[in-house]
Design a protein around this ligand. Structure first.
Ligand code: SF4
Ligand code: SF4
Length: 164
């Protein structure tokens, strides 16, 4: 499925997903990087050494979810926009998904946007809780989306209503 349309299959996701027990303890990153390509800025960006050392630059990133605190620094450093932070402790019925975003205009805090899954399909609505941007983030904004809890492993992009 991944090779045909770029959408990871459940078994691909199972390889990189934090455990339920880890997700229950707060924000944590998930690297949805499934191809062996010569790239490693995610590894160099993590000050907690939560991304394991690469033995070869073509390795895929391996996150130690116990060391990761969900700070989100690696999101803005990944040229593939392939890393997300999920916080299932955000609320009783809501979760937070931090999404790297390189389109303009940026959404505003409080905006309600279309929540989009990995296949580009709208699956519901999300609320923008925060937008991080600026020089420190290398031009890649991080948008904090509040989504229904059951969609926290589905929503990986969004569309501004009436826009893209
Ligand atoms: S979210 Fe922060 S701690 Fe976790 S892997 Fe990325 S940079 Fe490291
Ligand atoms: S920076 Fe992004 S694309 Fe490059 S190896 Fe890390 S997760 Fe994959």
């Amino acid at each position: 499925m991944l090779a045909q349309n770029g959408v990871p299959a459940p078994e691909d996701l199972a390889e990189v997903m934090p455990s339920e027990e880890r997700l229950a303890r707060g924000p944590v990153a998930m690297a949805e990087c499934f191809q062996n390509i010569p790239c490693d800025p995610c590894y160099h960006s993590c000050r907690r050494q939560a991304i394991k050392p690469f033995s070869d630059i073509n390795d895929r990133p391996q996150i130690d979810h116990e060391l990761c605190n969900g700070c989100g620094m690696c999101l803005s450093r990944c040229p593939g926009l392939a890393i997300f932070v999920i916080d299932q402790t955000y609320g009783e019925k809501e979760a937070l998904v931090k999404i790297p975003y390189e389109y303009l205009p940026l959404p505003g805090e409080g905006d309600v946007v279309e929540a989009v899954n990995r296949a580009g399909e709208t699956v519901g609505e999300a609320r923008v809780a925060k937008v991080q941007s600026g020089a420190k983030l290398d031009g890649t904004a991080i948008v904090w989306l509040v989504v229904p809890r059951e969609l926290s492993m589905e929503v990986r992009h969004f569309k501004i209503k009436g826009g893209r």
